[in-house]
Design a protein around this ligand. Structure first.
Ligand SMILES: Cc1cc2nc3c(=O)[nH]c(=O)nc-3n(C[C@H](O)[C@H](O)[C@H](O)COP(=O)(O)OP(=O)(O)OC[C@H]3O[C@@H](n4cnc5c(N)ncnc54)[C@H](O)[C@@H]3O)c2cc1C
Length: 544
């Protein structure tokens, strides 16, 4: 199987990097298309996000019946979800089941981190290198490396001097962590923090939460999934999946409230609270779908934001704490959180909120954390500090394209792709849910299935024409980057310092990376394919 260098024989048709939702389905489709593939995965098992993120409270925030594969009806009919929002162990079991059910494991190599990949122009092939020094040659590389897989550990002075254990939510120990009797610090208040804080607070002797930006969170109203409800949805599963494929965010077909009907200004002031309350009672990310223009018009957004702020003030008893927990930015501009008892946790006498919005954390000391001139003594630190999103995993691989140019160099001013799938100067490389595609603004499984199917069809097209090479044209990339910026500029997404913009990583170029709107994007991808992969140079130069 191992690479034979320049002799001309390829190890496989396709090397896939990553074995999460994307890599697993990619492998399955490649095999079905008659292509050979090897999946290289840094983790010790399959599952991606759900292999790594084992922190207490980790679960999906798109309903399980939607946050799952739709490509195989037997799979979706046979698998029984136990909760409305499945926990990490259950999603991991599901993905392991998928790997077994489709006999995927024999082509997956775990504990294998890809560190580099170089394109050979003469042969139109990639040579992929691993950390352990293995080498694999392939015609194509598919990066299924994940939008949220490169953990972000902030470079806080003194970080390595801390006496006790430290954990990152995205690299959680498999054996779990016992917080009982411990004084715990959680740094961060994004999704992972919002999910873990209520549970850590229950276990720990004391919890201190360090907050840079207050978070909007909507209740999950999680509950066991009743058998008859599940059966009822499965009876119309094809329609549910199809509706999600035609939606803006790749989910929502299970909502009893449906897609938004009216702009905020079209709704009588008296009825707005009613609509907002219905969405709040239903819970979940669909909250922002209350008006058609929640994410586009500041006035509409403010109405929805103020509703949540009032909820926070109603839940949190200490007005000063409530004030600190109340966000001021646009709602939905940073990823909306979905919780089970997040704000309520700050009513506990053993939980303290520390505002670090003005001066950050000054230092980590052997005994704890210093902020605002005060030393907070703790035994354990949890970094709920998220990820170097969307580009982090890709930039950790040294991709060398045409003329030896690296991806890091090509993306120095920010990521530039065509359709979020391909990069000019990097032939035969495909990205799944890459920057410039809807990805993290959607139910990721919908986006992943779409990309995997589009890439497979593209490879079949190349094979049908006897072509060995495909590359995004620079003009197509420029046009696409401009288009993504235009669409993003019509929304309120770029108005705050979010990880969508790279703002959580010092020095990262500020570019809004995902493209809002799944259904129009899907149609554009189909149109590109229908027009002979418009915007791609196929079969040149040098290799047909
Ligand atoms: C806690 C958490 C909850 C989430 N909940 C939701 C949700 O409810 N709904 C939703 O739509 N999305 C959610 N997401 C986003 C989630 O990442 C995606 O839904 C989905 O799991 C992504 O699948 P993937 O296969 O693209 O990437 P991942 O699952 O991230 O898998 C990528 C894999 O690539 C591997 N890899 C990366 N670089 C290399 C390398 N150089 N060499 C070898 N292997 C490499 C990684 O180890 C990883 O296993 C959540 C994310 C997190 C962190």
């Amino acid at each position: 199987m191992r690479g034979d260098g320049g002799s001309g024989r390829l190890d496989v048709d396709v090397v896939v990097v990553g074995a999460g939702f994307a890599g697993l389905y990619m492998l399955h489709r490649l095999r079905r298309a008659g292509l050979s593939a090897r999946v290289l995965e840094a983790g010790g098992g399959v599952g991606g996000t759900w292999y790594w993120n084992r922190y207490p409270g980790a679960r999906c925030d798109v309903q399980s019946l939607e946050y799952s594969y739709g490509f195989d009806d037997d799979l979706q009919q046979n698998w029984e979800w136990t909760e409305r929002y499945a926990t990490q162990p259950e999603i991991l079991r599901y993905l392991e089941h998928v790997a077994d059910r489709f006999d995927l494991r024999r082509d997956i190599q775990c504990d294998t981190r890809v560190v580099g990949a170089a394109f050979d122009e003469e042969t139109a092939t990639w040579a992929v290198r691993t950390e352990a020094g293995e080498r694999f040659t392939a015609r194509f590389v598919v990066a299924a490396t994940g939008c949220l897989s490169a953990a972000n550990l902030p470079d806080i002075p003194g970080r390595d001097t801390f006496r006790g254990p430290t954990y990152h939510t995205g690299r959680w120990p498999h054996e779990g962590v016992d917080f009982s009797g411990r004084r715990v610090a959680v740094i961060g208040t994004g999704s992972s923090a919002v999910q873990s804080i209520p549970i850590i607070a229950e276990q720990a002797a004391h919890l201190t939460v360090f907050q840079r930006t207050a978070t909007y969170s909507v209740p999950a109203h999680n509950e066991p999934l009743a058998r008859d409800r599940q059966a009822e949805i499965k009876a119309r599963y094809a329609k549910v999946r199809a509706a999600n494929r035609q939606s803006m965010a790749g989910f929502g077909a299970l909502s009893g409230l449906g897609p938004p009907q009216h702009a905020m200004a079209e709704v009588d002031a008296g009825d707005r609270d009613l609509l907002l309350d219905q969405r709040w009672q239903e819970g979940g990310l669909g909250f922002v779908a209350v008006f058609t223009d929640t994410l586009a018009q500041p006035d509409a957004n403010e109405v929805a934001a103020e509703f949540v702020r009032a909820k926070i003030r109603g839940i949190v008893r200490d007005p000063a704490v409530a004030d600190l927990l109340t966000p001021t930015q646009v709602i939905g501009c940073k990823r909306l959180c979905v919780d089970s008892g997040y704000y309520e946790t700050f009513n506990r006498p053993d939980v303290r909120l520390v505002d670090i919005s003005s001066s950050g954390i000054e230092a980590i000391t052997p005994g704890g954390i210093r902020a605002n001139g005060e030393d907070h003594e703790v035994d354990v630190i949890v970094f709920a500090t998220g990820f170097d999103a969307m580009t982090g995993a890709l930039s950790r691989i040294r991709f060398e394209g045409v003329g030896g140019r690296t991806l890091a160099d090509a993306w120095r001013e920010g990521p530039k792709t065509y359709l979020g799938v391909a990069v000019a100067g990097f032939p035969n490389l495909f990205l799944i849910t890459g920057p410039g595609s809807p990805s993290v603004l959607t139910n990721m499984v919908t986006s992943i299935e779409h990309h995997v199917e589009w890439i497979t069809a593209c490879l079949e097209h190349l094979r049908g024409g006897g072509h060995r090479r495909i590359e995004a044209e620079p003009e197509a990339v420029d046009g696409w980057v401009a288009y993504v910026n235009t669409v993003a500029g019509l929304t309120l997404f770029p108005t705050c310092n979010s990880w969508y913009l790279g703002a959580n990583i010092p020095g990262k170029p500020r570019v809004f990376m995902p493209l809002p709107g799944f259904a129009p994007y899907d149609a554009m991808c189909a149109d590109v394919a229908a027009h002979g992969y418009r915007g791609f140079a196929i079969g040149q130069p040098g290799a047909t």
